[in-house]
Design a protein around this ligand. Structure first.
Ligand SMILES: [Fe+2]
Length: 236
């Protein structure tokens, strides 16, 4: 198995998961800004891209999923009820996507967005913005389709999962080390909260400090309509 976080800059994280025998690869939450680097890496390693997967409708960056589908013919994979256009493979609850011989199980965890999934491999849990590492807590619930109570209730989906899974999140401050689910059960404040009120108070405090999402007015429509805008202000 090949596993790697690919993005060299920025806070958004993109993961490569590849089966060494069949050379089949998946990219989880690829970012459009880095697409050429992904394609070069895949070619250098002789990997064939089977799946470009978005854990949810991203508001903070343009996904590379539909562009990768155009360029490589891979499947663009998202939760079955997503509003995003261009998706070619819809995931159902507990559906297993085979990356060559590597099973990737989808768990629907609405809250940060209503179409959010976490993906479980035998060794990793790809959590998108549903759960961050340690003090990072969880992604905000005040963006389009976000719901605090849904997010709180979705946290129950983590309870039966093995503690040794490595938690691979959608955003981390640069230099953050990977930690297991059990480590997060001890060190992520969200996972030791006892009441919704406690969770709600945490979210309100954190989102007040975050302010608006700078790229949302470009990124969100691009991701919903599967269209790369003519003008991407941050790429000029
Ligand atoms: Fe997000």
């Amino acid at each position: 198995m090949q596993f790697e976080q690919l993005n060299e800059s920025g806070w958004a994280k993109t993961y490569l998961l590849a089966d060494t025998d069949t050379k089949t690869a998946a990219l989880i939450d690829p970012v459009f800004d880095f697409m050429d680097a992904y394609l070069e890496m895949l070619e250098q390693r002789g990997l064939s891209l089977g799946f470009a997967i978005a854990t949810h409708t991203h508001a903070d960056h343009i996904t590379a999923c539909y562009s990768l589908r155009e360029r490589t013919g891979c499947e663009y994979v998202m939760w079955k009820d997503t509003a995003c256009l261009g998706v070619s493979r819809y995931l159902d609850e507990e559906e297993v996507l085979m990356i060559g011989s590597i099973p990737l199980v989808a768990h629907h965890v609405p809250g940060h967005t209503n179409d959010h999934v976490v993906l479980e491999s035998p060794a990793h849990l790809f959590t998108g913005d549903f759960l961050f590492t340690g003090e990072g807590g969880a992604g905000r619930d005040d963006l389009p389709s976000g719901r605090l109570m849904a997010h709180w209730e979705s946290l129950q989906k983590l309870e039966p999962l093995p503690g040794n899974l490595l938690v691979c999140t959608g955003h981390e401050p640069p230099g953050t080390a990977f930690q297991t689910l059990d480590w997060n059960r001890e060190n992520n404040p969200i996972l030791s909260m006892k009441s919704f009120e406690e969770y709600e108070a945490w979210q309100q405090k954190v989102t007040a400090g975050l302010g608006s999402v700078s790229k949302i007015k470009t990124a969100l429509p691009a991701n919903l309509f599967a269209e790369i805008p003519d003008d991407i202000p941050w790429m000029n």
